[in-house]
Write a new protein. Structure first.
Length: 173
């Protein structure tokens, strides 16, 4: 049987360890159940030496760095995709460019607005969200999101039980 001092120490140590661990558990599980973001990924566009090569705009395919592969292409395509010039002007999807979210590629459309927006730097900046290799979806992701809550609940119940036992032993209750 534990003495009151031992119970008090055990309750405080458990509470402190629980508080320290819950943050790291929540952060690590959140990274596995939420999309990662990329902003400002730069792509140098095909040119004819001085300006955009308008004859090859639609033929040139650009691939983002974190393009979906294997299972991601089917179940977790890119989201929140946007294409802008170096000044931050956002181009319009299906007017200035086409994007293929399942394989992480895009092509420019040969329009005067596209050329005007991207010339003279001939660089585009891409922003998008993607699933990392350790991303979990479906019921597995839901269970993983619940772990920190149940961990916190278990630590809280244990600590309250210990403090109740101490209060009962000392005659407070």
């Amino acid at each position: 049987m534990l003495s009151t001092i031992q119970k008090l120490l055990l309750a405080f140590i458990t509470l402190i360890i629980g508080l320290v661990l819950i943050g790291s558990i929540a952060v690590s599980t959140d990274g596995m159940t939420s999309y990662a973001s990329t902003t400002g990924e730069s792509h140098t566009l095909n040119t004819n030496g001085t300006a955009l090569n308008t004859s090859e705009m639609e033929a040139s395919v650009y691939t983002v760095t974190n393009n979906p592969t294997s299972w991601q292409a089917e179940t977790c395509p890119l989201t929140a995709f946007s294409l802008s010039n170096t000044s931050g002007t956002v181009l319009t999807v299906d007017t200035d460019y086409r994007v293929y979210l399942a394989n992480g590629t895009f092509t420019l459309l040969n329009t005067a607005d596209t050329v005007a927006a991207l010339y003279p730097t001939n660089v585009s900046n891409v922003a998008y969200q993607y699933c990392g290799d350790d991303y979990m979806q479906g019921w597995g992701g839901t269970i993983l999101d619940l772990i920190p809550g149940f961990f916190a609940l278990a630590i809280l119940i244990f600590s309250v039980g210990m403090f109740y036992s101490i209060a009962k032993d000392t005659g407070i209750i």
